[in-house]
Design a protein. Structure first.
Length: 288
């Protein structure tokens, strides 16, 4: 067995254990169905969807439905949580709506992008390995769990709070972040669609203010979701506030910025215009 496969085999139970711990913490003070905490059931559903889609994905050796499955998972988990929660309130409905709007928009955008590209080269070395490819799908289940943890706890909790200043501030943050993400993705798509820009990098619009404005918007909108959910949290449910922290660390330290910066440096590194762009443009937080 290859070292990478062996490491992946060790990683798999760790991922499951983390998911179980989050499920237990978020279930405190939450609604239950036949004695099973709704929050924990929702977390289990997030993983189950990934594993079910992984089977045909591995057999067909394709990653084309990976991002779409992630979005479908967000939507499915949210709907189940809302339908089976007790005493659903306006805060829960607001959170559910914001999560689903984001998931539908991002899922359709990413699915359309990979349809045009034909593949995602990040998966080239991973797909042939059963355990490594399985881990990627399992990580997506954990990603869904962590990212929407705050919203999911607020939806499934038995503690209900009227809309307040936290809801207003959180909603405004979400709208701000969502708008930035949409505009940034739209600008880059139009740039890449122009044949004259082939082989070039974008440095106009929001991309002249930040090298990754879409990720900045993503972080801000999830901070907004956490702020809306905050008043409904109690006890161990506060673990759910890891949501915006997780999104930030994931995008800035793991799979987002580092990978794209490395790819860009490999492609344009050493070119005067690119080096100048890097010096004057912040990595994440846009300059005014």
């Amino acid at each position: 067995m290859k070292t990478t496969d062996r490491n992946a085999l060790i990683t798999f139970p760790v991922l499951i254990l983390i998911g179980i711990l989050v499920a237990l913490a978020g279930s405190q003070g939450g609604a239950s169905i036949a004695g099973i905490p709704l929050f924990a059931m929702s977390v289990g559903l997030a993983f189950l969807i990934q594993w079910l889609v992984f089977i045909p994905a591995y057999l067909l050796q394709t990653e084309k439905f990976f991002d779409l499955t992630g979005s479908i998972t967000y939507i499915s988990v949210t709907i189940i949580a809302v339908l089976f929660s007790t005493g659903i309130d306006v805060r829960s409905i607001l959170l559910a709506a914001l999560v689903m709007i984001w998931a539908i928009r991002l899922g359709s955008f990413l699915f359309g992008r990979i349809q045009k590209a034909g593949k995602d080269d990040r998966f080239d070395e991973i797909k042939p390995s059963f355990v490594r490819f399985l881990n990627v799908w399992t990580i997506q289940g954990l990603w869904v769990t962590f990212t929407m943890a705050a919203a999911l706890v607020a939806i499934t909790t038995t503690t209900r709070k009227e809309l307040d200043v936290f809801a207003i501030i959180g909603f405004l943050l979400w709208v701000f972040g969502f708008a930035i993400e949409i505009v940034a993705d739209s600008q880059k798509s139009r740039f890449n669609a122009n044949p004259d820009n082939k082989g070039k990098f974008i440095q106009t619009g929001l991309w002249s203010r930040s090298r990754h404005p879409n990720y900045f918007g993503e972080i801000i909108l999830w901070v907004g979701v956490a702020v809306i959910a905050l008043p409904a949290l109690q006890g161990w449910q506060w673990v759910a506030m890891i949501s915006p922290v997780f999104v930030t660390l994931l995008l800035t330290r793991v799979s987002g910025v580092p990978l794209l910066e490395k790819k860009a440096d490999k492609k344009w590194g050493g070119q005067d215009d690119y080096e100048s762009y890097k010096k004057r443009t912040p990595v994440l937080i846009p300059r005014l």
